[in-house]
Design a protein around this ligand. Structure first.
Ligand code: ADP
Length: 167
């Protein structure tokens, strides 16, 4: 698997799938989630609504992942996953690693070979970039997957530098 770091906006990636740092409601939010729904158009939210009306009536649990199509985005699919909110008192690393593992499992089920990830949980969910980068890179390196082009799309220079140091 090739792991590449990209400085930029995940909504512009031309990979088979892009991963959304969603919340459990699947009904949109800020950060990556807001950008994906804004640029991808209403089709994605419509599919999320159907997921909520069906199997995900109680929402998507932390560490789980589920796919929709990508509306107007260049990618074919959006894989929505819910990162853990950072906690100083509780180690939630396994849940953060699960986001990467589950997203790759969903990517495999779709036949996606190229996948772009944001730095899950490092925005509104408060995870320090250094720890999140270490967990993310270890998780994707351990994954047993057919994805062979994996990109981390980092929104600013600081995040890029942290991922670069760990890679
Ligand atoms: P979470 O709720 O999981 O913390 P956020 O979307 O708030 O998710 O933030 C996750 C990371 O994605 C943050 O580092 C944030 O700076 C970054 N980010 C925000 N918008 C984009 C975007 N359009 N493309 C790539 N990364 C983004």
């Amino acid at each position: 698997m090739d792991i590449t770091l990209v400085r930029g906006d995940i909504t512009e990636q031309r990979t088979d799938a892009i991963v959304n740092a969603a919340n459990s409601s699947l009904m949109g939010g800020g950060g990556v989630d807001g950008a994906i729904h804004r640029r991808g158009g209403p089709e994605i939210l419509e599919e999320c609504r159907k997921l909520r009306a069906g199997h995900y009536g109680r929402g998507l649990r932390t560490g789980q992942a589920v796919a929709t199509t990508a509306g107007r985005l260049a990618a074919k699919w959006v894989i929505h996953t819910v990162g853990p909110v950072y906690s100083r008192s509780e180690d939630r690393s396994e849940l953060l690693a699960a986001c990467y593992h589950e997203s790759l499992r969903v990517a495999d089920s779709l036949g996606a070979r190229s996948v772009a990830f944001p730095a899950i949980s490092t925005g509104l969910y408060g995870w320090p970039m250094d720890g999140a980068a270490r967990i993310a890179l270890a998780a994707v390196r351990q994954a047993d997957t057919s994805v062979d082009d994996l990109r981390f799309v980092l929104f600013d220079d600081a995040a890029y530098a942290v991922f670069e140091a760990h890679l």
